[in-house]
Design a protein around this ligand. Structure first.
Ligand code: IPE
Ligand code: IPE
Ligand code: MG
Length: 249
């Protein structure tokens, strides 16, 4: 949780409610470094990271942001030590099970983006259950990128489209940006307006490669477990100062 979770329950007065991003994407980085700084195992950083995510999700809801996508596990993260990967998979499963009731109460619609078939079966069961139960919720749309890779996502979209062409259901000239986007995991959510990365790294690490074409990028040195409503407020202030031109003058 944030140092003082009672602060900033409402949208801060210096933010314009009509100019908030509709969709915020976060690269939740720095859990390991946070733990190292405290002299505790990396996995404790991941545990604290979950508390941050819960507060930022609730904050989006409190402040009127309609969609949040969080990068939880990349296709490259399988390359980490087995114990860390196992810990993360078990953590995801446990948190999902524990938080489902709360998400129902808060009207959250959760979905998972990524290659879910490669996840442990017991996690897939919890994922299915949470998506099914929250399917008709009308509040914030919360997407968790798990075993997600932007390149992998583009490849699977290409395969699906190629199959339709092969079957004669689609002509090559009918392939356009709209159709392509419909084959991505994110088909039912708008592109992110703001992409935040914590822990100071200036890269997107294979996150939402297609969707982030015109996202405003915001990088903060704050490590994810220390990211809180004040830090999110600063990101939104920065966002509202941007001049989004979309290639025009
Ligand atoms: C982000 O924190 C969480 C995941 C990638 C699962 P890291 O674990 O990457 O933390 P650092 O970058 O090593 O500090
Ligand atoms: C990106 O963080 C992936 C997630 C936050 C899940 P990483 O820590 O894996 O990225 P790199 O290795 O610094 O690029
Ligand atoms: Mg990292």
């Amino acid at each position: 949780m944030t140092a003082n979770p009672s602060v900033l329950l409402r949208l801060p007065a210096d933010l314009q409610p009509d100019r908030l991003p509709k969709h915020v994407a976060v690269i939740m980085d720095g859990n390991g470094r946070w733990a190292k700084k405290q002299g505790i195992p990396r996995i404790m950083g991941h545990r604290r990271g979950v508390d941050t995510l819960k507060d930022i999700l609730r904050c989006c809801k409190d402040w009127g942001i309609g969609a949040l996508t969080a990068y939880a596990f990349s296709t490259e993260n399988w390359g980490r030590p087995l114990e860390e990967v196992d810990f993360l998979m078990t953590l995801f499963e446990r948190v999902l099970r524990q938080e489902l009731r709360e998400m129902m109460k808060e009207n959250v619609r959760i979905q998972f983006v990524g290659n879910l078939n490669a996840l442990p079966k017991s996690l897939q069961v919890e994922i299915e259950r949470s998506m099914e139960e929250t399917r008709h919720n009308t509040g914030i749309q919360f997407s968790v990128a798990t075993n997600y890779g932007g390149r992998q996502e583009i490849i699977q979209a290409c395969r699906a489209i190629a199959t339709q062409v092969q079957q004669g259901l689609l002509q090559p000239h009918e392939i356009n940006e709209t159709l392509f986007a419909q084959h991505l995991y994110t088909a039912d959510v708008c592109d992110p307006d703001l992409m935040i990365r914590t822990s100071g790294e200036m890269r997107i690490s294979n996150f939402l490669l297609w969707q982030a074409a015109y996202a405003e990028l915001y990088v903060t040195d704050t490590l994810w477990p220390d990211f809180n409503r004040e830090a999110f407020h600063r990101a939104l202030i920065s966002y509202q100062k941007r001049d989004r031109r979309f290639g025009k003058v």
